[in-house]
Design a protein around this ligand. Structure first.
Ligand code: ADP
Length: 266
């Protein structure tokens, strides 16, 4: 009686446990997938009307003489909001794509050094305009011979995006007179790319949140700075898609260092 009762109770619990796991996880998983699909579809659908608006605004702004002087400022505001929204939609689309596939669509051997050098060339004018020194420390000739035989595999577009997001942040959150340094380092089977700035830094209690979607330390200020609040979420998603990871260390009013670790394929 007692023994049998115990056995039945135990098996019911076990069966109950199985039922809970199986039945409860399926709808959760399904709604996650639905949410991801919705984000992908919605951002894709938003692209054509945004392109249509942009075309009209561009035509109007290319003939300022046809715009009533009192309306010029309004058109500029529309153009600026449009740029912000286009960026947000593009970022959502990239995030949805990296979310949906565990593997990038392109997978090629990449000269990481070149990719980073191109990136620096691209951002140098902006750094100079803001009086920030932008330097690539370890991509010096001495390092070149060590790094050169190392091959990184991945999607060039996505990896460019990953480093551009980190570099853009470094420049955005560093006041004039500061310094942004890029460095490359081999750590056993990993290549570590560090982007270090002498900027405003991140509070310790905020560090675990920076990679969250749409999280920002200062909503108002960063919105004016033009970012989407998705930059770091995208960077993390791309790094993970490449079997890598991102680490961050930071000190308020001293600066931040974002480090991307990517596996080396020998
Ligand atoms: P945003 O478009 O706001 O830059 P991100 O996802 O790229 O969005 O970054 C999220 C938040 O993390 C930023 O709003 C900012 O508060 C903080 N942050 C990111 N990078 C840095 C940095 N290099 N220095 C200081 N704060 C940063």
């Amino acid at each position: 009686g007692m023994l049998l009762g115990g056995a039945i109770a135990a098996s019911l619990t076990a069966v109950g446990g199985m039922w809970l796991t199986d039945q409860a996880l399926k709808p959760i998983e399904a709604s996650f997938n639905q949410l991801k699909q919705f984000t992908a579809d919605a951002s894709h659908e938003l692209r054509s009307p945004l392109t249509a608006i942009k075309t009209s605004v561009d035509v109007m702004l290319s003939h300022p003489e046809r715009i009533h002087p009192a309306d010029v400022k309004k058109f500029e505001a529309i153009a600026s909001a449009l740029k912000q929204m286009t960026r947000l939609v593009e970022d959502l689309l990239i995030l949805a794509r990296t979310d949906q596939s565990s593997h990038p669509s392109q997978w090629v051997n990449l000269p990481l050094e070149e990719l980073l050098e191109d990136l620096i060339d691209l951002w140098l004018p902006q750094a100079e305009a803001k009086d920030i020194i932008l330097r690539a420390d370890a991509i010096a000739p001495a390092m070149r011979s060590i790094i050169a035989p190392v091959t990184i595999q991945g999607d060039p577009f996505l990896l460019q995006r990953l480093f551009a997001n980190l570099l853009e942040n470094a420049l955005n959150y560093t006041p004039p007179g500061g310094k942004v340094t890029l460095s490359l380092e081999q750590q056993e089977d990993w290549i570590a790319v560090s982007i270090q700035d002498t900027g405003i830094g991140i509070a310790p209690e905020h560090l675990p949140l920076v990679f969250d979607r749409l999280w920002r330390a200062d909503k108002a200020r960063t919105r004016r700075a033009g970012g989407s609040g998705l930059g770091l979420a995208i960077a993390k998603s791309i790094a993970e898609q490449h079997q890598g990871q991102i680490l961050v260390t930071s000190q308020l009013n001293v600066g931040s260092c974002f480090q991307v670790l990517l596996p080396i394929h020998f």
